[in-house]
Design a protein around this ligand. Structure first.
Ligand SMILES: [Zn+2]
Length: 135
């Protein structure tokens, strides 16, 4: 048995939900006119459920975006190796010669060009100082 929260009478038939200010009341049909009729509990819950789905969806999209950014970062590294090789060849320098100019090991340059490692900022700066006109 459900009682009307305004008049206290037993609600026969469909329970009405109304909002008066911030309160939500279960009322009989006769009292429903005192406030704004709001959606039934069942629907309200479904709405919340829908919201959770939306949050989950938003999170998934965020993660996808993050993955994408990581992939883009990897592409940047790949691009650097290729770019270095091209610039070095344009400069007419062998790996060993460039390595000597920047005071690094040839094996390091080879690894950078093969995109096995990411050069440190210091190494990048040294490379760019030598190859700047060719990059
Ligand atoms: Zn009532």
């Amino acid at each position: 048995m459900t009682e009307c929260e305004i008049c206290g009478a037993e609600i026969k038939g469909k329970v009405q939900y109304i909002a008066i200010g911030v309160s939500k009341l279960k009322v009989c049909k006769a009292c429903a006119r005192h406030g704004t009729v709001v959606v039934e509990d069942k629907k309200a819950k479904a709405k919340i459920g829908g919201k959770q789905v939306l949050i989950a969806e938003a999170k998934r999209k965020l993660y996808e975006q993050m993955d994408h950014e990581i992939e883009e970062g990897m592409e940047g590294v790949e691009g650097y190796g290729r770019m270095l090789k091209e610039a070095r060849e344009k400069a007419g320098l062998k790996q060993a010669e460039l390595a000597k100019r920047i005071n690094e090991k040839q094996s390091l340059l080879r690894k950078i060009e093969n995109e096995e490692i990411i050069p440190t900022d210091e190494v990048r700066r040294k490379i760019e100082r030598v190859l700047k006109p060719f990059i």
